[in-house]
Design a protein around this ligand. Structure first.
Ligand code: CA
Length: 417
């Protein structure tokens, strides 16, 4: 009897072992397919679900019309209209509030990256195609070889359909898997009013990343927004929280843009005023006016999205996981407190390096037109508003006469006739 039972047990056991061995990759593939197809079908509803209160078609995208990743990207987000004029004086030569043009403040700017693929010599990376047999041949990144370099400035250059450029980090095989390991910093060294920050990823969008701002040259980094599939665990902020009138400058976290797919071309847009009630009365809301000011923007890429197959430590799999961004845009206005209609590059007095400053009018001065010219301090400096330019006024005739002998003809020429 015993000799008859043994084979029957083996017959039952063997098929089970085979099923277990075959099902692991099969389930992985089904998982990959389901992720790819489910996200493709929901992409249009997930990615761009902003309300349209502050959208203004100001910036034109820098891609050809047939660029496949742009098919559903909206024009732009802008700060609320406050009747800002392009000229600082009206037709009767009366001062009025003015401001530089809204623009992509990141265009052609240098970005500092704490890690770049191939900066320590040629490294291999592989493209993530979603299925193992569809994996394209691996390539080499090398920061010193132009056609193999994927450098930080490739995030802020001009892209075309046939010449898509991108920055990328080293791969997971090179140890890029720790939070805070990869920072991308754009330092304006000048205050801007930030309307939105937009990233187009060449890799899959990260599982977790965050956007920070700095408001002075040496100030701490202030969080603007967190993106994570695990908001609470990673950043300690509940997913999908919202702001109220009492905490309008609170950074939020959302899991809405942390899907694994699309595997390339996914976009994330952070609008500084989106969902903040006080933005409807932005002109009279000092807290939000301060909230949109930044002198530098930092992206911290904390965790990659994966299929979970990195646990097998297959080198080809590890080489297919990296951070990569093809476009980094910042919709913003150069901040001049309503006293300049453009910003210009001037050589720094100490270093000679070009830096951006406001071309001040209304008898103001400073990088941001944030003070009155000498001899124009009859009343305290103030920012221009829609109803009052608050131009700096010339002091009394006696004071003006005395100071006019000071050898600074520059001051007298500044006076508007
Ligand atoms: Ca690019």
């Amino acid at each position: 009897m015993g000799s008859k039972k043994t084979p029957s047990i083996e017959q039952q056991t063997i098929p089970k072992m085979e099923w277990t061995r075959i099902s692991t990759p099969l389930l992985l593939l089904i998982f990959r397919w389901s992720l790819v197809f489910s996200s493709r079908s929901s992409r249009s509803s997930n990615e761009y679900s902003y309300s349209s209160d502050y959208r203004e078609p100001v910036l034109h995208d820098d891609y050809d019309d047939d660029y496949e990743y742009d098919e559903d990207f909206p024009a732009s987000w802008n700060l609320p209209s406050t009747d800002t004029k392009s000229s600082c004086y009206d037709e009767n030569n009366q001062p009025q509030r003015c401001a530089p043009e809204f623009s992509n403040a990141a265009a052609y700017r240098n970005i500092h990256a704490t890690n770049t693929c191939g900066s320590q010599g040629p490294r291999e990376f592989c493209r993530q195609m979603g299925t193992p047999w569809a994996r394209e041949p691996c390539e080499i990144c090398d920061a010193t070889v132009p056609h193999r370099a994927h450098l930080p400035h490739h995030m802020t250059d001009f892209n075309t359909y046939r010449n898509l450029t991108w920055w990328m980090s080293d791969t997971m095989e090179d140890g890029i898997d720790k939070p805070g390991q990869v920072n991308l910093t754009l330092d304006f060294r000048k205050s801007f009013d930030i309307s939105y920050v937009r990233l187009r990823f060449y890799s899959s969008r990260p599982e977790s990343f965050s956007i920070y701002k700095r408001t002075h040259l040496d100030s701490d980094w202030t969080p603007y927004q967190f993106y994570s599939a695990t908001c609470n665990e990673t950043y300690g902020i509940p997913d999908g929280s919202y702001v109220t009138r009492d905490n309008e400058t609170l950074p939020l976290c959302t899991s809405e843009f942390s899907d694994l797919s699309p595997l390339t071309g996914g976009t994330v847009v952070f609008s500084t005023l989106e969902g903040r009630p006080g933005s409807y009365d932005f002109e009279k809301n000092p807290k939000l006016q301060e909230w949109v000011i930044a002198t530098a923007i930092r992206i911290t890429l904390d965790k990659m999205n994966t299929f979970g197959d990195e646990i097998f430590e297959d080198p080809l799999v590890l080489k297919s996981y990296f951070f990569a961004i093809s476009d980094f845009s910042i919709g913003a206005r150069c901040r001049c407190y309503g006293h300049a209609s453009d910003c210009i590059f001037v050589p720094d007095e100490a270093t000679g390096i070009l830096r951006l400053v406001c071309r001040c009018e209304h008898h103001t001065m400073g990088d941001d037109c944030d003070s009155c010219l000498p001899l124009f301090n009859q009343r305290p400096w103030a920012p221009a508003t829609t109803t009052d330019a608050n131009e700096c006024l010339r002091e009394s005739a006696v004071v003006f006469f005395l100071f006019s002998f000071v050898p600074s003809g520059h001051v007298l020429r500044q006076e508007k006739v």
